[in-house]
Design a protein around this ligand. Structure first.
Ligand SMILES: [Zn+2]
Length: 319
């Protein structure tokens, strides 16, 4: 028997106001465009697996039958993404606290410390290595690498995050990977960024080929391990154009001759450019489809309610 579960998802006032504004724009101002699969290009063989994302934002996700990539289709226009990254998204995503920027800075600094430690232990970083972090928010991560005497720079399209980071003393540029100028990084980091890109293949063409590429993104098939109670709809987020698994991100990277050296199911991986890389596309459709179905059977999403947050943090409840 399927157990009926009700759960409440608490949000802060900051988040609720931003969400209200976003839902208005999705309905009245933003426009959607259909697109082929960002990895294999297939544009008609897919199945719809969700018509809403976290917080009930009406955005559809489909699973590509040719390669198994889960992606948003139709997606928002690039100008709409740009708009939301500079308005609602930082508040919805990081608005658990009053001090959104301070909280972000600390969280990213801690993440940077743990990534530095991991690189050091795995002998992936040398003392003189220069770091570039793409989609770095206010640059807390750069601060961690600078403390260990590495030159570190960041790129971010949220202008207010860039200003905040510059005030805190890190080197940030407002823009995309195309705006790094003559900087020659040895390590390029994408933390929770690759899944936001409308054209990830094009992005890969702009990454310096002699750098080590480190990607961290929320892996679809790790929902049961690090996402609250296997909630598939909670995992989906409206600005995530793609939702990778280890095979689908390997497919993406291989298309531009990037070969993985380390990777796990959370989809944290280390890649190097290899002009002779000839990995073919591995179709991940069957495994991902089964996994999504299993996640959906766990929770009844119809009872999602947004409640006043009095405690200032997320609180998921089951009855
Ligand atoms: Zn595909």
């Amino acid at each position: 028997m399927k157990m009926k579960r009700d759960y409440t998802l608490r949000m802060t006032e900051v988040q609720k106001k931003a969400l209200e504004s976003l839902l208005y724009k999705v309905k009245h101002e933003y426009r959607f465009v259909y697109m082929g699969c960002p990895v294999c290009g297939n544009d008609n063989e897919y199945i719809v697996v969700a018509t809403e994302t976290r917080y009930r934002v009406p955005i559809t996700n489909v699973l590509c039958k040719t390669c198994g990539l889960l992606y948003t289709n139709p997606r928002l226009r690039e100008k709409d993404f740009f708009d939301t990254y500079n308005t609602e998204y930082p508040k919805i995503f990081r608005g658990w606290r009053e001090d959104v920027m301070g909280h972000t800075w600390k969280a990213l600094n801690d993440l940077g410390e743990s990534e530095y430690e991991m690189f050091r232990k795995m002998k992936l970083i040398s003392p003189d290595d220069k770091i570039l972090c793409v989609g770095c928010a206010n640059g807390g991560l750069l601060n961690a690498f600078e403390k260990h005497n590495h030159e570190a720079r960041g790129i971010e399209i949220d202008a207010s995050a860039v200003l905040d980071g510059i005030r805190r003393g890190v080197k940030l540029t407002c823009g995309t990977i195309k705006d790094i100028g003559s900087y020659e990084p040895d390590i390029v980091i994408y933390n929770d960024c690759m899944e936001h890109l409308v054209d990830p293949l094009q992005e890969l063409r702009n990454i310096p080929k002699n750098a080590m590429l480190f990607i961290r993104t929320a892996g679809l098939r790790a929902i049961h391990e690090n996402w609250l109670h296997c909630k598939f709809d909670y995992f989906l987020q409206y600005p995530h154009v793609t939702n990778f698994t280890a095979p689908t991100i390997a497919n993406l990277l291989a298309k531009e001759n990037w070969k993985w050296r380390y990777m796990n199911s959370f989809v944290t991986g280390v890649f190097y450019f290899d002009e002779y890389c000839n990995i073919g596309v591995q179709n991940d459709f069957a495994d991902s489809y089964r996994y999504i179905q299993a996640c959906k059977e766990v929770v009844d999403y119809d009872n999602l309610l947004l409640f006043e947050n009095k405690g200032g943090k997320t609180n998921i409840k089951y009855k």
